[in-house]
Design a protein around this ligand. Structure first.
Ligand SMILES: [Zn+2]
Length: 513
Protein backbone atom coordinates (compact mmCIF):
# COMPACT_ATOMS: atom_id res chain seq x y z
CA UNK A 1 0.00 0.00 0.00
CA UNK A 2 1.38 3.39 -0.91
CA UNK A 3 1.93 5.88 1.87
CA UNK A 4 -0.59 8.24 0.25
CA UNK A 5 -3.28 5.57 0.03
CA UNK A 6 -2.50 4.44 3.55
CA UNK A 7 -2.90 8.00 4.77
CA UNK A 8 -6.30 8.26 3.07
CA UNK A 9 -7.45 4.98 4.57
CA UNK A 10 -5.87 5.90 7.87
CA UNK A 11 -4.97 2.32 8.56
CA UNK A 12 -1.38 1.50 7.78
CA UNK A 13 0.19 2.22 11.11
CA UNK A 14 -0.91 3.19 14.58
CA UNK A 15 0.76 6.57 14.25
CA UNK A 16 -1.24 7.36 11.13
CA UNK A 17 -4.70 6.35 12.29
CA UNK A 18 -7.01 9.36 12.16
CA UNK A 19 -8.73 9.77 15.50
CA UNK A 20 -11.44 10.08 16.56
CA UNK A 21 -13.05 7.55 14.21
CA UNK A 22 -16.01 9.79 13.51
CA UNK A 23 -17.52 10.46 10.11
CA UNK A 24 -16.54 12.62 8.29
CA UNK A 25 -12.99 11.95 9.48
CA UNK A 26 -11.09 14.98 10.65
CA UNK A 27 -14.00 17.35 10.02
CA UNK A 28 -16.66 18.95 12.13
CA UNK A 29 -20.24 18.83 10.93
CA UNK A 30 -22.35 21.94 10.90
CA UNK A 31 -25.54 20.17 9.83
CA UNK A 32 -27.71 18.86 12.64
CA UNK A 33 -30.88 16.85 12.66
CA UNK A 34 -33.91 19.14 12.60
CA UNK A 35 -36.90 16.80 12.58
CA UNK A 36 -38.13 13.24 13.04
CA UNK A 37 -37.42 11.45 9.77
CA UNK A 38 -38.18 7.73 10.13
CA UNK A 39 -41.95 8.30 10.53
CA UNK A 40 -44.00 11.11 9.09
CA UNK A 41 -46.38 13.16 11.23
CA UNK A 42 -49.26 11.52 9.38
CA UNK A 43 -47.97 8.04 10.22
CA UNK A 44 -47.55 8.90 13.89
CA UNK A 45 -51.07 10.35 13.96
CA UNK A 46 -52.40 7.16 12.32
CA UNK A 47 -50.62 4.94 14.84
CA UNK A 48 -51.89 6.98 17.79
CA UNK A 49 -55.41 6.80 16.38
CA UNK A 50 -55.12 3.04 15.86
CA UNK A 51 -54.05 2.42 19.45
CA UNK A 52 -56.95 4.57 20.67
CA UNK A 53 -59.77 3.51 18.43
CA UNK A 54 -59.24 -0.09 17.32
CA UNK A 55 -59.27 -3.27 19.38
CA UNK A 56 -56.18 -4.68 17.67
CA UNK A 57 -54.40 -1.36 18.12
CA UNK A 58 -55.23 -1.29 21.83
CA UNK A 59 -53.89 -4.83 22.12
CA UNK A 60 -50.64 -3.79 20.42
CA UNK A 61 -50.28 -0.81 22.74
CA UNK A 62 -50.91 -2.94 25.83
CA UNK A 63 -48.11 -5.24 24.73
CA UNK A 64 -45.72 -2.36 24.11
CA UNK A 65 -46.47 -0.67 27.42
CA UNK A 66 -46.13 -3.98 29.24
CA UNK A 67 -42.64 -4.32 27.77
CA UNK A 68 -41.63 -0.80 28.81
CA UNK A 69 -43.24 -0.90 32.28
CA UNK A 70 -40.23 -2.34 34.06
CA UNK A 71 -37.99 0.33 32.53
CA UNK A 72 -40.44 3.12 33.30
CA UNK A 73 -40.57 1.99 36.91
CA UNK A 74 -36.78 2.01 37.28
CA UNK A 75 -35.21 5.21 38.58
CA UNK A 76 -33.32 7.47 36.19
CA UNK A 77 -30.12 6.68 38.09
CA UNK A 78 -30.66 2.93 37.69
CA UNK A 79 -31.24 3.23 33.95
CA UNK A 80 -28.22 5.46 33.57
CA UNK A 81 -26.18 2.92 35.51
CA UNK A 82 -27.16 0.09 33.14
CA UNK A 83 -24.97 1.55 30.41
CA UNK A 84 -21.62 0.23 31.56
CA UNK A 85 -18.24 1.85 30.94
CA UNK A 86 -16.52 0.39 27.90
CA UNK A 87 -13.20 0.57 29.69
CA UNK A 88 -14.32 -2.91 30.81
CA UNK A 89 -14.18 -5.43 27.93
CA UNK A 90 -17.23 -7.30 26.65
CA UNK A 91 -17.21 -10.97 25.71
CA UNK A 92 -19.79 -13.54 24.75
CA UNK A 93 -18.76 -16.15 27.28
CA UNK A 94 -17.22 -16.43 30.75
CA UNK A 95 -15.42 -19.56 29.64
CA UNK A 96 -17.03 -21.63 26.94
CA UNK A 97 -14.87 -24.74 27.40
CA UNK A 98 -14.51 -24.92 31.20
CA UNK A 99 -17.78 -23.42 32.45
CA UNK A 100 -17.71 -22.56 36.15
CA UNK A 101 -14.42 -22.64 38.12
CA UNK A 102 -16.12 -24.80 40.77
CA UNK A 103 -18.80 -26.79 38.89
CA UNK A 104 -17.19 -26.99 35.47
CA UNK A 105 -19.34 -27.75 32.45
CA UNK A 106 -22.22 -29.02 34.60
CA UNK A 107 -23.54 -25.48 34.26
CA UNK A 108 -24.27 -26.19 30.60
CA UNK A 109 -27.01 -28.72 31.27
CA UNK A 110 -29.79 -26.17 30.85
CA UNK A 111 -28.21 -23.68 28.51
CA UNK A 112 -25.13 -24.39 26.50
CA UNK A 113 -24.24 -20.83 25.54
CA UNK A 114 -25.40 -18.56 28.35
CA UNK A 115 -26.04 -20.51 31.55
CA UNK A 116 -24.86 -17.71 33.88
CA UNK A 117 -27.57 -15.58 35.49
CA UNK A 118 -27.36 -11.85 36.00
CA UNK A 119 -29.34 -9.36 38.08
CA UNK A 120 -27.91 -5.90 37.34
CA UNK A 121 -30.16 -4.18 39.91
CA UNK A 122 -29.93 -6.61 42.83
CA UNK A 123 -26.40 -7.88 42.14
CA UNK A 124 -24.53 -5.38 39.96
CA UNK A 125 -21.28 -6.59 38.42
CA UNK A 126 -21.89 -10.24 39.36
CA UNK A 127 -22.81 -13.42 37.52
CA UNK A 128 -24.46 -16.37 39.26
CA UNK A 129 -23.64 -20.02 38.68
CA UNK A 130 -26.87 -21.93 37.93
CA UNK A 131 -25.62 -25.08 39.74
CA UNK A 132 -24.26 -23.88 43.09
CA UNK A 133 -25.99 -20.46 42.96
CA UNK A 134 -22.72 -18.80 43.99
CA UNK A 135 -21.91 -15.35 42.64
CA UNK A 136 -18.74 -14.32 40.80
CA UNK A 137 -16.39 -12.54 40.93
CA UNK A 138 -15.51 -12.67 44.63
CA UNK A 139 -14.42 -9.02 44.76
CA UNK A 140 -16.95 -6.21 45.20
CA UNK A 141 -16.36 -4.58 41.83
CA UNK A 142 -19.39 -2.30 42.14
CA UNK A 143 -17.63 -0.62 45.05
CA UNK A 144 -14.33 -0.32 43.28
CA UNK A 145 -12.64 -3.50 44.54
CA UNK A 146 -10.44 -5.07 41.90
CA UNK A 147 -9.08 -7.84 44.14
CA UNK A 148 -10.39 -9.93 47.01
CA UNK A 149 -11.62 -13.47 47.64
CA UNK A 150 -10.79 -16.64 45.76
CA UNK A 151 -12.13 -15.59 42.33
CA UNK A 152 -11.26 -11.94 41.76
CA UNK A 153 -11.89 -10.27 38.40
CA UNK A 154 -10.75 -6.71 37.73
CA UNK A 155 -12.60 -6.62 34.40
CA UNK A 156 -9.92 -8.54 32.54
CA UNK A 157 -10.82 -11.99 33.90
CA UNK A 158 -10.13 -14.14 36.90
CA UNK A 159 -7.08 -16.22 36.08
CA UNK A 160 -6.93 -19.66 37.70
CA UNK A 161 -3.61 -21.15 38.83
CA UNK A 162 -3.47 -23.27 35.68
CA UNK A 163 -3.75 -20.13 33.53
CA UNK A 164 -7.40 -20.65 32.57
CA UNK A 165 -9.30 -17.35 32.22
CA UNK A 166 -12.86 -16.78 33.41
CA UNK A 167 -14.36 -13.56 32.05
CA UNK A 168 -17.11 -12.95 34.61
CA UNK A 169 -17.32 -9.20 34.22
CA UNK A 170 -16.84 -9.19 30.46
CA UNK A 171 -19.80 -11.50 29.82
CA UNK A 172 -21.78 -9.56 32.40
CA UNK A 173 -21.04 -6.32 30.53
CA UNK A 174 -22.14 -7.64 27.17
CA UNK A 175 -25.27 -9.32 28.51
CA UNK A 176 -26.41 -6.21 30.34
CA UNK A 177 -26.13 -4.29 27.11
CA UNK A 178 -27.86 -6.83 24.89
CA UNK A 179 -30.56 -8.04 27.27
CA UNK A 180 -31.27 -4.92 29.30
CA UNK A 181 -30.07 -1.73 27.64
CA UNK A 182 -31.15 -2.54 24.09
CA UNK A 183 -34.70 -3.68 24.89
CA UNK A 184 -35.14 -0.78 27.32
CA UNK A 185 -34.20 1.84 24.74
CA UNK A 186 -36.33 0.17 22.10
CA UNK A 187 -39.55 -0.12 24.06
CA UNK A 188 -39.27 3.23 25.86
CA UNK A 189 -38.80 5.10 22.58
CA UNK A 190 -41.60 3.23 20.86
CA UNK A 191 -43.94 3.75 23.79
CA UNK A 192 -43.33 7.49 23.50
CA UNK A 193 -43.98 7.43 19.77
CA UNK A 194 -47.29 5.62 20.28
CA UNK A 195 -48.53 7.68 23.21
CA UNK A 196 -46.75 11.04 23.19
CA UNK A 197 -46.17 10.50 26.94
CA UNK A 198 -42.90 12.32 27.66
CA UNK A 199 -42.01 10.12 30.64
CA UNK A 200 -40.98 7.41 28.18
CA UNK A 201 -38.98 9.83 26.05
CA UNK A 202 -37.12 11.17 29.08
CA UNK A 203 -36.01 7.69 30.15
CA UNK A 204 -34.94 6.78 26.62
CA UNK A 205 -33.06 10.10 26.29
CA UNK A 206 -31.11 9.43 29.47
CA UNK A 207 -29.98 6.06 28.17
CA UNK A 208 -29.17 7.28 24.66
CA UNK A 209 -27.06 10.13 25.99
CA UNK A 210 -25.11 7.72 28.18
CA UNK A 211 -24.73 5.25 25.28
CA UNK A 212 -23.43 8.08 23.08
CA UNK A 213 -20.73 8.92 25.66
CA UNK A 214 -19.37 5.41 25.34
CA UNK A 215 -19.44 5.37 21.52
CA UNK A 216 -17.63 8.71 21.68
CA UNK A 217 -15.01 7.14 23.91
CA UNK A 218 -14.55 4.18 21.56
CA UNK A 219 -14.03 6.56 18.64
CA UNK A 220 -10.95 7.87 20.46
CA UNK A 221 -9.73 4.69 22.17
CA UNK A 222 -10.11 1.89 19.67
CA UNK A 223 -8.58 -0.53 22.12
CA UNK A 224 -11.70 -0.33 24.28
CA UNK A 225 -13.99 -1.72 21.59
CA UNK A 226 -15.43 -5.17 22.09
CA UNK A 227 -12.74 -7.78 22.28
CA UNK A 228 -15.11 -10.51 21.24
CA UNK A 229 -13.42 -13.40 19.56
CA UNK A 230 -16.69 -15.20 20.00
CA UNK A 231 -15.34 -15.84 23.47
CA UNK A 232 -13.09 -18.75 22.65
CA UNK A 233 -9.65 -18.70 24.20
CA UNK A 234 -7.02 -16.98 22.16
CA UNK A 235 -4.12 -19.17 21.19
CA UNK A 236 -1.80 -16.35 20.25
CA UNK A 237 -1.42 -12.99 21.94
CA UNK A 238 -3.13 -10.21 20.05
CA UNK A 239 -0.86 -8.45 17.61
CA UNK A 240 -0.30 -4.78 18.32
CA UNK A 241 -2.96 -2.39 17.05
CA UNK A 242 -2.02 -1.30 13.57
CA UNK A 243 -5.25 -0.65 11.76
CA UNK A 244 -8.84 0.11 12.54
CA UNK A 245 -10.29 -2.85 10.71
CA UNK A 246 -9.89 -6.51 11.49
CA UNK A 247 -7.33 -7.58 14.06
CA UNK A 248 -10.04 -8.15 16.64
CA UNK A 249 -10.54 -4.43 17.29
CA UNK A 250 -13.97 -4.49 15.79
CA UNK A 251 -17.43 -4.07 17.15
CA UNK A 252 -18.26 -1.55 19.85
CA UNK A 253 -20.46 -2.63 22.76
CA UNK A 254 -20.68 -6.05 21.17
CA UNK A 255 -19.18 -7.79 18.18
CA UNK A 256 -19.18 -6.45 14.64
CA UNK A 257 -22.27 -8.43 13.61
CA UNK A 258 -24.62 -7.74 16.52
CA UNK A 259 -23.43 -4.15 16.52
CA UNK A 260 -25.57 -3.65 13.41
CA UNK A 261 -28.65 -4.18 15.55
CA UNK A 262 -27.33 -1.77 18.17
CA UNK A 263 -26.91 0.81 15.41
CA UNK A 264 -30.41 0.42 14.02
CA UNK A 265 -32.06 0.25 17.45
CA UNK A 266 -30.28 3.28 18.94
CA UNK A 267 -30.53 5.48 15.83
CA UNK A 268 -34.21 4.61 15.44
CA UNK A 269 -34.88 5.30 19.12
CA UNK A 270 -33.23 8.71 18.85
CA UNK A 271 -35.51 9.50 15.92
CA UNK A 272 -38.56 8.22 17.79
CA UNK A 273 -38.02 10.59 20.73
CA UNK A 274 -36.66 13.52 18.74
CA UNK A 275 -39.84 15.59 19.14
CA UNK A 276 -39.48 15.42 22.90
CA UNK A 277 -35.90 16.70 22.84
CA UNK A 278 -36.84 20.07 21.33
CA UNK A 279 -38.11 21.74 24.47
CA UNK A 280 -35.96 23.03 27.31
CA UNK A 281 -35.48 20.42 30.00
CA UNK A 282 -33.30 21.86 32.78
CA UNK A 283 -34.04 18.83 34.97
CA UNK A 284 -32.60 16.47 32.39
CA UNK A 285 -29.45 18.58 31.99
CA UNK A 286 -29.04 18.82 35.77
CA UNK A 287 -29.41 15.05 35.99
CA UNK A 288 -26.63 14.50 33.47
CA UNK A 289 -24.41 16.96 35.36
CA UNK A 290 -25.09 15.16 38.65
CA UNK A 291 -24.30 11.77 37.14
CA UNK A 292 -20.99 13.03 35.85
CA UNK A 293 -20.08 14.27 39.32
CA UNK A 294 -21.03 10.90 40.75
CA UNK A 295 -18.87 9.11 38.20
CA UNK A 296 -15.94 11.44 38.92
CA UNK A 297 -16.07 10.95 42.68
CA UNK A 298 -17.70 7.52 43.16
CA UNK A 299 -16.02 4.25 44.10
CA UNK A 300 -15.68 3.23 40.43
CA UNK A 301 -14.14 6.54 39.29
CA UNK A 302 -11.14 4.70 37.84
CA UNK A 303 -13.27 3.07 35.15
CA UNK A 304 -15.18 6.30 34.40
CA UNK A 305 -12.17 8.60 34.01
CA UNK A 306 -12.52 8.38 30.21
CA UNK A 307 -15.67 10.53 30.32
CA UNK A 308 -13.78 13.69 31.26
CA UNK A 309 -13.11 14.17 27.54
CA UNK A 310 -16.76 14.97 26.94
CA UNK A 311 -18.19 18.28 28.17
CA UNK A 312 -21.55 18.01 29.90
CA UNK A 313 -24.28 19.64 27.74
CA UNK A 314 -25.63 22.99 28.95
CA UNK A 315 -28.56 23.20 26.54
CA UNK A 316 -30.86 20.74 24.84
CA UNK A 317 -29.21 21.64 21.53
CA UNK A 318 -25.88 20.51 22.98
CA UNK A 319 -27.57 17.41 24.37
CA UNK A 320 -28.83 16.44 20.89
CA UNK A 321 -25.53 17.33 19.27
CA UNK A 322 -23.69 15.08 21.74
CA UNK A 323 -25.82 12.13 20.66
CA UNK A 324 -25.37 12.91 16.98
CA UNK A 325 -21.63 13.56 17.22
CA UNK A 326 -20.70 10.75 19.56
CA UNK A 327 -23.19 8.10 18.54
CA UNK A 328 -24.56 8.55 14.99
CA UNK A 329 -21.33 9.77 13.43
CA UNK A 330 -19.20 7.19 15.23
CA UNK A 331 -21.52 4.41 14.14
CA UNK A 332 -21.31 5.65 10.53
CA UNK A 333 -17.52 5.61 10.64
CA UNK A 334 -17.76 2.18 12.24
CA UNK A 335 -19.61 0.88 9.18
CA UNK A 336 -17.09 2.56 6.86
CA UNK A 337 -14.27 0.94 8.84
CA UNK A 338 -16.02 -2.46 8.79
CA UNK A 339 -15.94 -2.35 12.57
CA UNK A 340 -19.70 -2.77 12.14
CA UNK A 341 -20.20 -5.46 9.54
CA UNK A 342 -22.66 -8.30 9.62
CA UNK A 343 -24.36 -10.74 7.33
CA UNK A 344 -25.07 -9.14 4.01
CA UNK A 345 -27.94 -6.69 4.27
CA UNK A 346 -27.30 -5.83 7.91
CA UNK A 347 -24.59 -3.19 7.52
CA UNK A 348 -26.34 -1.64 4.51
CA UNK A 349 -29.49 -1.31 6.59
CA UNK A 350 -27.45 0.11 9.48
CA UNK A 351 -25.86 2.69 7.19
CA UNK A 352 -29.01 3.90 5.49
CA UNK A 353 -30.76 4.06 8.87
CA UNK A 354 -28.02 6.43 10.05
CA UNK A 355 -28.40 8.53 6.90
CA UNK A 356 -32.17 8.69 7.32
CA UNK A 357 -31.97 9.56 11.01
CA UNK A 358 -29.42 12.30 10.31
CA UNK A 359 -31.71 13.46 7.52
CA UNK A 360 -29.22 16.00 6.16
CA UNK A 361 -27.90 16.50 2.59
CA UNK A 362 -24.37 15.59 3.64
CA UNK A 363 -25.58 12.17 4.74
CA UNK A 364 -25.78 11.41 1.03
CA UNK A 365 -22.19 10.18 1.35
CA UNK A 366 -23.48 7.39 3.58
CA UNK A 367 -26.27 6.54 1.16
CA UNK A 368 -23.74 6.38 -1.65
CA UNK A 369 -21.69 3.90 0.38
CA UNK A 370 -24.82 1.80 0.85
CA UNK A 371 -26.20 2.09 -2.68
CA UNK A 372 -23.31 2.12 -5.12
CA UNK A 373 -20.21 1.92 -2.89
CA UNK A 374 -19.10 -1.10 -0.85
CA UNK A 375 -22.72 -1.72 0.22
CA UNK A 376 -23.65 -2.38 -3.44
CA UNK A 377 -27.40 -2.36 -2.84
CA UNK A 378 -28.29 -0.99 -6.27
CA UNK A 379 -26.68 -4.04 -7.84
CA UNK A 380 -27.64 -6.60 -5.24
CA UNK A 381 -30.43 -8.33 -7.10
CA UNK A 382 -28.30 -9.36 -10.08
CA UNK A 383 -25.03 -9.83 -8.18
CA UNK A 384 -26.00 -11.30 -4.80
CA UNK A 385 -29.09 -13.35 -5.57
CA UNK A 386 -29.39 -16.35 -7.85
CA UNK A 387 -31.72 -16.36 -10.83
CA UNK A 388 -34.47 -18.08 -8.86
CA UNK A 389 -34.40 -15.38 -6.17
CA UNK A 390 -32.43 -17.35 -3.57
CA UNK A 391 -29.68 -15.59 -1.63
CA UNK A 392 -26.11 -16.85 -1.59
CA UNK A 393 -25.86 -17.63 2.11
CA UNK A 394 -27.33 -20.98 3.05
CA UNK A 395 -31.06 -21.36 3.38
CA UNK A 396 -33.65 -20.63 5.99
CA UNK A 397 -33.16 -17.94 8.59
CA UNK A 398 -29.93 -16.65 7.10
CA UNK A 399 -31.61 -16.06 3.77
CA UNK A 400 -34.18 -13.91 5.53
CA UNK A 401 -31.38 -11.60 6.69
CA UNK A 402 -30.57 -10.79 3.08
CA UNK A 403 -34.15 -10.30 1.96
CA UNK A 404 -35.20 -8.23 4.96
CA UNK A 405 -32.00 -6.20 4.83
CA UNK A 406 -32.54 -5.36 1.19
CA UNK A 407 -36.18 -4.49 1.75
CA UNK A 408 -35.31 -2.29 4.71
CA UNK A 409 -32.94 -0.36 2.43
CA UNK A 410 -35.68 -0.13 -0.21
CA UNK A 411 -38.11 1.40 2.28
CA UNK A 412 -35.63 3.81 3.84
CA UNK A 413 -34.40 4.98 0.44
CA UNK A 414 -37.95 6.02 -0.43
CA UNK A 415 -38.25 7.90 2.85
CA UNK A 416 -35.01 9.73 2.13
CA UNK A 417 -36.26 10.53 -1.35
CA UNK A 418 -39.47 11.99 0.05
CA UNK A 419 -37.48 14.00 2.57
CA UNK A 420 -34.81 15.32 0.19
CA UNK A 421 -36.12 14.86 -3.37
CA UNK A 422 -33.42 17.03 -4.96
CA UNK A 423 -30.65 15.04 -3.28
CA UNK A 424 -32.00 11.58 -4.15
CA UNK A 425 -33.59 11.73 -7.63
CA UNK A 426 -34.65 8.35 -9.09
CA UNK A 427 -32.37 8.97 -12.08
CA UNK A 428 -29.37 8.73 -9.77
CA UNK A 429 -30.83 6.42 -7.12
CA UNK A 430 -33.13 4.06 -9.06
CA UNK A 431 -35.87 2.24 -7.20
CA UNK A 432 -34.68 -1.29 -6.47
CA UNK A 433 -38.25 -2.57 -6.69
CA UNK A 434 -38.33 -1.55 -10.37
CA UNK A 435 -35.96 -4.44 -11.06
CA UNK A 436 -37.90 -7.50 -12.24
CA UNK A 437 -35.99 -9.88 -10.04
CA UNK A 438 -37.19 -8.24 -6.85
CA UNK A 439 -40.45 -10.17 -6.62
CA UNK A 440 -38.54 -13.43 -7.03
CA UNK A 441 -37.21 -12.84 -3.51
CA UNK A 442 -40.78 -13.46 -2.36
CA UNK A 443 -41.52 -16.25 -4.82
CA UNK A 444 -38.51 -18.36 -3.89
CA UNK A 445 -39.50 -19.09 -0.27
CA UNK A 446 -43.03 -20.08 -1.35
CA UNK A 447 -41.57 -22.70 -3.67
CA UNK A 448 -39.42 -24.15 -0.90
CA UNK A 449 -42.23 -25.86 0.98
CA UNK A 450 -41.90 -29.65 1.08
CA UNK A 451 -45.02 -31.81 1.21
CA UNK A 452 -46.97 -28.66 1.97
CA UNK A 453 -45.64 -28.64 5.53
CA UNK A 454 -41.87 -28.47 5.87
CA UNK A 455 -38.90 -26.27 5.07
CA UNK A 456 -35.83 -28.08 3.76
CA UNK A 457 -33.20 -28.42 6.46
CA UNK A 458 -30.05 -27.38 4.68
CA UNK A 459 -26.99 -25.73 6.16
CA UNK A 460 -27.04 -23.71 9.37
CA UNK A 461 -30.79 -23.33 9.28
CA UNK A 462 -32.15 -24.64 12.56
CA UNK A 463 -33.18 -27.91 14.13
CA UNK A 464 -34.57 -30.85 12.15
CA UNK A 465 -38.25 -30.68 11.31
CA UNK A 466 -40.63 -32.35 13.76
CA UNK A 467 -42.42 -34.78 11.46
CA UNK A 468 -45.01 -35.61 14.14
CA UNK A 469 -46.43 -32.12 13.80
CA UNK A 470 -47.59 -31.59 10.31
CA UNK A 471 -49.03 -28.13 9.90
CA UNK A 472 -49.67 -26.80 6.43
CA UNK A 473 -47.42 -23.81 5.70
CA UNK A 474 -47.45 -21.28 2.86
CA UNK A 475 -43.81 -20.22 3.05
CA UNK A 476 -40.49 -21.85 3.90
CA UNK A 477 -38.30 -20.71 6.77
CA UNK A 478 -36.62 -18.07 4.57
CA UNK A 479 -39.44 -15.69 5.38
CA UNK A 480 -42.53 -15.47 7.57
CA UNK A 481 -46.09 -14.90 6.39
CA UNK A 482 -45.98 -11.35 7.79
CA UNK A 483 -43.22 -10.50 5.28
CA UNK A 484 -45.83 -10.90 2.55
CA UNK A 485 -47.80 -7.90 3.72
CA UNK A 486 -45.43 -5.55 1.90
CA UNK A 487 -45.11 -8.02 -0.99
CA UNK A 488 -48.86 -8.04 -1.52
CA UNK A 489 -49.05 -4.25 -1.29
CA UNK A 490 -46.25 -3.93 -3.84
CA UNK A 491 -47.38 -6.50 -6.38
CA UNK A 492 -51.01 -7.37 -5.60
CA UNK A 493 -50.27 -11.03 -6.34
CA UNK A 494 -53.05 -13.26 -4.91
CA UNK A 495 -50.48 -15.94 -4.07
CA UNK A 496 -48.95 -13.53 -1.57
CA UNK A 497 -52.38 -13.06 -0.01
CA UNK A 498 -52.57 -16.84 0.37
CA UNK A 499 -49.24 -16.84 2.21
CA UNK A 500 -50.53 -14.12 4.52
CA UNK A 501 -53.65 -16.16 5.17
CA UNK A 502 -51.55 -19.25 6.01
CA UNK A 503 -50.08 -17.65 9.14
CA UNK A 504 -50.65 -19.60 12.33
CA UNK A 505 -53.21 -17.89 14.52
CA UNK A 506 -54.70 -15.87 11.68
CA UNK A 507 -53.48 -12.93 9.66
CA UNK A 508 -50.20 -11.40 10.88
CA UNK A 509 -50.42 -8.35 13.10
CA UNK A 510 -51.11 -5.23 11.07
CA UNK A 511 -48.64 -2.35 11.03
CA UNK A 512 -49.75 0.34 13.47
CA UNK A 513 -48.33 3.05 11.23
ZN1 LIG B 1 -20.61 -22.99 40.01
Amino acid sequence: MSAALAAVLGQSDAAEIVLPRRWPLGEELTEWKTQRTCRTDAEVATARRNVRETEWGRRELRGELARSRRWLEMSDEALWGLVLPTTIPRRHYVNQLHGCPVHGTAIKKRDHFHPWRIDPVGHPWKVQCPVGKEWYPSNDFANGETTGGDFPDDGFAYVRDDGEHFYFLAEYSERVHLRWVRPAVTSLARSYLLTGDRRYARKAAIMLYRIAEEYGHMSHVIDDRARCDCGYPRVLPRTPLKRVTGNGWVGFFTDRIWENDNTVVCAQAYDDIFDALGEDDPELLAFVQAQRQRADTGPQRAIFAHLSRFPVPRTMAEFRQSIETNMLRVMAQGVLDRAISGNDGMHQNAMITLALVMGTPQARELVDWCYTGPGQMQFHLPNYFFRDGSAFESLGGYNSIHIRGLNAVVGKMERLRALLPDVFPPAKYPRITDQLRHRLLYDFPTRLVLAGSYSPMVGDTGRPADTRRRDPIGVGSDLKPRDYDSAFRLYGDPRYAQVLASARGGLPRPDLF
